[in-house]
Each structure stands twice: as C-alpha cells, then as structure tokens.
Design a protein around this ligand. Sequence first.
Ligand code: XIL
Length: 444
Amino acid sequence: MSKGFPTSHDRRRRRTARASQCGVWAAVLILVSSGAAFAQILAPHRHPTLTLREAAARRTFLVGTAADADDLPWVPDPLNVPEYASTLGEQYSMLSPENALKWPIVHPAQDAYNFEPANQLVAFAQAHSMQIRGHNLCWDMDNPEWLNVLAASARPPDMAQLLENHIETVMSQYRGTVFAWDVVNEAISDSASGIGTDMRDSIWYDQPGIGLSGTGYVEQAFRWARAADPDALLFYNEYGIEDTGPKFEALYNMLQDFVSRGVPIDGVGFQMHIDTTGYPSTAGLTENIARIAALGLQVQITEMDVRLPVNSNGQATAADLQAQAATYQRILTACLKAPSCTAFQTWEFSDNYSWIPAYFPGFGAALPFDQNYLGKPAFSALLGALQTNAPVSRTASAVEEPGDLDAASRAWRAKPAEYQSSRGSRYMVPYSVTNQSGATMAVK
Ligand code: XIL
C-alpha cells in the first residue's frame, strides 16, 4: 500500500461512516422501541416497491455503482455497514470497485499483488447476482509510489513489460468474473485540439512512456487486455467527452483509427462527473453516443455524480436537489434511448461515501441516496426514467438466462453492424464551476 494513497476525503469518509453507523443503530433503536407502525411509515422510503435493478432488468439494462471494500485501512469496510450493504445489494445489478483494482491497492509493490480487497467486492457482487465492472488497468493518476519512482528512471521497454505483466496478472485473476474492464483511463489531453489525438503526459506515454508514439500505448494496452481475457469487454474510460467539442473529436479520431485497424476495443466509458449547469447538453451527448455507435462501439455511463453546493453539514438546498434529480433523469434517459448505451453507473450511491466533498471543496450531496441511505429526489428520478422510457432493443435476443444481464452488452458487441491544477480541477473541463481548490490526492 502506498503511503501516499490516503486522502482527507477518505478520512472524512471514515468519520461520516462512523457517524452514519451510529445513526443507523439509533434508527434501529427508535424503530424497535416505537413499534411496527413507525417502521411502516419509514419503510416506503427505504424499500420502494420497485428497485432500480428490477426496473433496469425489465428492460435488460445494467444499473450499477462503484463501491469500496476495506481497501483503505483508515476507512471501515463499508460492506460491514448494514444500510450500505443492503442498499447496494438491493438496488444495483452492477458493481465497480471504486479503488480496489487500482495499482496502489492491487499491485502495492513491484513483485506483490493484493487481490483481497477486490475479492471482497467480487464475493459481495456474486452473492447478490451483480455483474462486476473492472476499473482500471492503466492511468496516469493513482499510481503507487514504487511505480512513480521506478518510472523516473525506467527505460520504455521496462515500462511496457511492467504494464503488460500487470494487465495479464490482474485480468487473469478475474477471467470469467469481470465482464468489462476500463483498460485505459483518461489518456486524452484536456487541451486536445480535436485535430488528431493529443495525449496527456503520463508515465505510460512520455514520462518515460512505453516507447510508442501517439495513441500507441493505449493501443498496446488494449491488445494485451484482449490477449489476457478474450471474453471481457474492453472499454476506454474518459471524462470531458460527454458533450461535443475538441476533446471528443480527439477521442473519436482515436476510436476511428482503432476500429479501422482492428485494435480490440468494445466501448467507451463516459464518466459523467457533472453539476447542474447543463453540461453535457442532451443533443451533444446523444450525438456523441450515436457517432461512437456508428463505429460499432457501445457506451456505458461509468461514474456519474451530480455535485451540488453544500453547507458545512453537507446539505444542499431543496431546489438544487430537484435540479439534480432532473439532471440524473435527463442523462439516464438519453442513455436509455440509445440502443448502444448498455449500462448506467454512479460513482458510489450514498452521499456518505462520495469522493466529491474532498475533491471539490464546497460541493457534495452528489449521489441518489442521502447520508441515511434514503432515496433522494434523484433516486425517484432514476427509477422514473427506467420505467417511463420505452425499452429499445439492446440484446438482439441474446440474453440467455435471467440474471445474465451483461449479455445485453455482449450481444451488442457481437452485432455492431446493426447500429452502425489541482486534482479536482481535472474534472472541471470543459465546463466551469468556481469554488474549488486543490484536492488532496498525494500520489503521483
Ligand atoms: C476516485 C475515488 O472515488 C477516490 O476514492 C480516490 O481517492 C481517487 O479516485 N475518475 C476516475 C475514478 O476514473 O477512478 C476516480 O475515483 C474519480 C475520477
């Protein structure tokens, strides 16, 4: 474990998790002492008749969330928080380890791998019939100290060997278990011109890089990933490409080139860390998904949250919560209307465990469930979107068994012809919201 990996965000999560555990037990006591009548009043909020995953399953669609195990020693295992675990298992059909598969945790020393935290999440997901989405194999951020130190003196062939071994080792461990991987995360520059492909500086690209120009390292990572697990869906995951603009054009140029040369890639993850100011436009998002679909690639919304200005208690205004609900509904609806958009995932699900307060100071309350695991207006809006939009065919009749929901996105891959700063500031591009300063990620 890299010493640099703890963040104030994570320490805050420990505090809020503790507070919430107290809150949960207090609630249990109240329920027990005040009897069943009171419990019935609370019940509809916690357990609506229909869950997100049930509504999503009716239309063969995956609804997921990121989740953490006890991968960070200073954060109590959220899976041991009863309300966390029950909400996760009841509401979601897909789970992405928020941190457990990142290099500092899964590959804490050059010659050591630690699969324990990810295994806890995998076990939870399997026990609850959830699909597992792997995140991520290659990123310029969140790398362990040993890797950054090594990179400072490594030769490109050594970096290539390191990355290939990492991809091979981690993907083999979860072959047949993880159905989709974010192979490369955030490789395109925020100042991309849109002509050609401008890559972000990184230890994999040019510091020292793995010895390939342009998008070469991304291509190579995908080739190694396909070799490691031929059945896994391979995604390129990015932010700031959800609307039209030069960064999307750079992404599109890379995808077009990859598809034309047979580089193995199945889809693009649209992270979707947004606010309520209108980014991305519905038209832009729809156009981008369609252009990617025309290349034969699917899209998954991979990390959505909608940050709001909050007071010192982490509370947002009622008006902002309504605006947030409308934003969630708008984005999910755009995804549901596109046959090639096969999954919708938020980055955690309860405001207790969001990365937003630490990385975007002054903001928070970004997720569909509040700190007490009660559904917010955003939760009702997501449920409403799943119920009201007419199902589109994503499956090409390939969902073989109930529960085999990832078949929808697999089938889509099989039939592409059918639909021919500071740390926080990274995610502010290309939209602008003030009131944020440096985040506390100490790695890199
Ligand atoms: C974040 C996690 O949520 C935090 O707990 C961690 O401290 C830093 O990383 N884009 C990504 C995710 O691809 O991996 C990031 O997750 C959020 C932004």
